[in-house]
Design a protein around this ligand. Structure first.
Ligand SMILES: CC(=O)N[C@H]1[C@@H](OP(=O)(O)OP(=O)(O)OC[C@H]2O[C@@H](n3ccc(=O)[nH]c3=O)[C@H](O)[C@@H]2O)O[C@H](CO)[C@@H](O)[C@@H]1O[C@H](C)C(=O)N[C@@H](C)C(=O)N[C@H](CCC(=O)O)C(=O)O
Ligand SMILES: Nc1ncnc2c1ncn2[C@@H]1O[C@H](COP(=O)(O)OP(=O)(O)OP(=O)(O)O)[C@@H](O)[C@H]1O
Length: 514
């Protein structure tokens, strides 16, 4: 019998610890009797509680988590950790209540204690930046696999241990979930873990209780200005990862001013990486050959060390992601020559990254890519890469997120207009916004940049993709940017089933091209 897919991966053999010991070690205040109470897990959402858990009630945007303490008790929670306001809300649950001024700030250390994640820990890699985090995490995982190392990953797309994978809700899980994942990985013999670290995760304590062995920085560009007031604040959130309480060593891509500022302001030893010829970085990436589906490159480091390899992916930006992964591995202690030999044996890096420049077309008709790009810089990188290797026209389909950074829409429209030959604007996740007004901002951006652009507005994404396909022929490329690996469309609080990948394949079959 198969039940519903689990929403998190937890240890299968948790070791119980006395809750009174936690209270004593952390100097917390407890209201209620903890005599004989043992804890085996931690949960931040009542729906995630398993018997033996400490339920952590945090104040949220919509409600106070402690108001769900009774539901947590019904699910088997043994106690509640919350703030003063939450203590009053949790009283009726009948559970012992442990009080701390900022439960979210305590969650990382408490989860680490419960799951004992600092004991016998795997090598931990953390990746941050606006674009490329998921890609670098998958590339790290792939190369580690080629080196024969059992590894795991946590990304926007999924959390994965070998063949076991669950779909992610957040890019970086809440601390309780992350420590449970690390404990499960230890049970499964995982020796290295690659974790995507969003700015929001750093701001909201999601990676607390973890000290990464090596952290990597891809780039920083316009995004998330709904969560942060200005680019400087967004940068400051990322900078936190490059401090001694969070990481031992770092690798920074210095192709932007933000990367160089990060090197200056970080307080851990960092290695630098660049793709710009003449850069004084320690590591230099040179792209050797680009095709629609493979990019080969050379990576040169200090002391004349050199590696030449390729990735089964489009674009110089993906070579940069791969180079970052390789230098992170070297910084953690792997030998560059050993990495080079493993990759040479396998004909290059053997990576599959779901929904990132993923080719869905077959041998006939236009080449079709689905991509997860949803920021101006992601559009620019992908379109620049495509232009170099496309014989015919580039037709681009995309929409923009509702209820997220509205200030990037004009740029997204303009970059698409300049980089593609025809553009189809559609709906992505409108959420609670009026979809027509999101499209209008994208259309304005596109028309403003290229007034005579071949431009279409097709609200339904299924129809929009078919419009794009009808404009394309042999030698052309259709780039569908946005949905990537996702299998839903979020409209007015509902997640409607929609897998762009499945629908694109269907449309290709309907057109007789697959
Ligand atoms: C703004 C933000 O980060 N919100 C996060 C926050 O929600 P919130 O403060 O609104 O929580 P709330 O709904 O008021 O609920 C309060 C508490 O009660 C709990 N609760 C609530 C209802 C219930 O029935 N039972 C229950 O236990 C909730 O789990 C929560 O702990 O706590 C929730 C529980 O963990 C998160 O799911 C939620 O992330 C939302 C979904 C989100 O969209 N976050 C984005 C901004 C985000 O974090 N994105 C980054 C990066 C993305 C990127 O790189 O593109 C990411 O790492 O994913
Ligand atoms: N190094 C890079 N520079 C610029 N754009 C990139 C880079 N790597 C990937 N992209 C673009 O960004 C998109 C998202 O890539 P990826 O998922 O790896 O990034 P991310 O940082 O994890 O973003 P998210 O957290 O939203 O998933 C890709 O589909 C591609 O369009």
């Amino acid at each position: 019998m198969t039940g519903p897919a689990p929403s998190s991966l937890r240890p299968e053999h948790p070791v119980a610890r006395p809750l009174a010991q936690l209270v004593a070690e952390f100097g917390l205040e407890c209201r209620g009797d903890l005599d004989g109470v043992e804890v085996t897990g931690a949960a931040l959402a009542s729906s995630a509680v398993e018997p033996g858990d400490l339920y952590v009630g945090v104040p949220g945007r919509n409600s106070h988590g402690a108001s769900y303490a009774t539901a947590a008790a019904d699910a088997g929670a043994v106690a509640v950790l919350t703030d003063e306001e939450g203590a009053a809300l949790a009283a009726e649950s009948g559970l012992p209540v442990i009080v701390t001024p900022e439960p979210r700030a305590a969650l990382g250390a408490v989860s680490a204690w419960i799951y004992r994640t600092d004991e016998n820990s795997a090598t931990l890699f953390g990746v941050t930046g606006t674009n490329g985090k998921t890609s670098v995490v998958y590339l790290l995982n792939a190369i580690l696999g080629q080196l024969g190392v059992v590894s795991g990953l946590s990304s926007t797309a999924e959390r994965r241990i070998g063949e076991t994978a669950i779909t992610s809700k957040l890019t970086t899980p809440e601390a309780s979930e992350l420590h449970a994942l690390l404990a499960r990985m230890r049970e499964e013999g995982v020796r290295a873990v690659a974790i995507e670290v969003s700015a929001q995760a750093l701001t909201r304590h999601r990676v607390d209780g973890i000290v990464f062995d090596v952290v990597g920085f891809t780039n920083l560009s316009h995004d998330h200005l709904d969560d942060y007031d200005a680019m400087e604040d967004y940068f400051a959130a990322k900078l936190e990862l490059f401090q001694p309480d969070r990481a031992r060593r770092g690798v920074v891509t210095v192709d932007s001013d933000w990367g160089r500022a990060l090197v200056e302001q970080s307080r851990i030893p960092v290695a630098t990486l660049s793709s710009s010829p003449g850069s004084d970085s320690e590591w230099l990436l040179t792209v050797l050959e680009e095709t629609l589906t493979r990019t080969s490159f050379a990576l040169e480091g200090p002391d004349g060390r050199r590696l030449e390899t390729s990735i089964p992916l489009l674009g110089a930006y993906n070579a940069a992601n791969a180079a970052l992964a390789i230098v992170m591995l070297v910084e953690s202690g792997y030998d560059l020559d050993a990495i080079g030999a493993a990759l040479a044996r396998d004909g290059g890096i053997d990576a599959y990254i779901p929904g990132r420049a993923e080719r869905l077309s077959g041998d006939r008709g236009p080449v079709v890519f689905i991509d997860y790009g949803h920021s101006p810089d992601a559009f620019l990188s992908t379109l620049n890469a495509l232009r170099k290797v496309t014989e015919g026209r580039i037709i681009m389909v995309f929409g923009a997120d509702g209820d997220r950074d509205t200030t990037k829409r004009t740029d997204m429209g303009a970059i698409a207009a300049r980089g593609a030959d025809a553009v189809v604007i559609t709906d992505f996740h409108p959420r609670w916004e009026d979809p027509a007004s999101i499209r209008a901002a994208l259309l304005d951006g596109a028309r403003g940049a290229v007034p005579d652009l071949e431009l279409y507005e097709v609200p339904d994404p299924r129809a929009a993709f078919r419009t794009a396909l009808s404009l394309a022929g042999e030698g052309d490329v259709v780039l569908y940017a946005g949905p990537g690996h996702e299998d839903y469309q979020e409209v007015a609080g509902q997640r409607l089933p929609y897998s762009a990948r499945d629908d694109v394949r269907l449309a290709l079959r309907e057109a007789g091209w697959l």
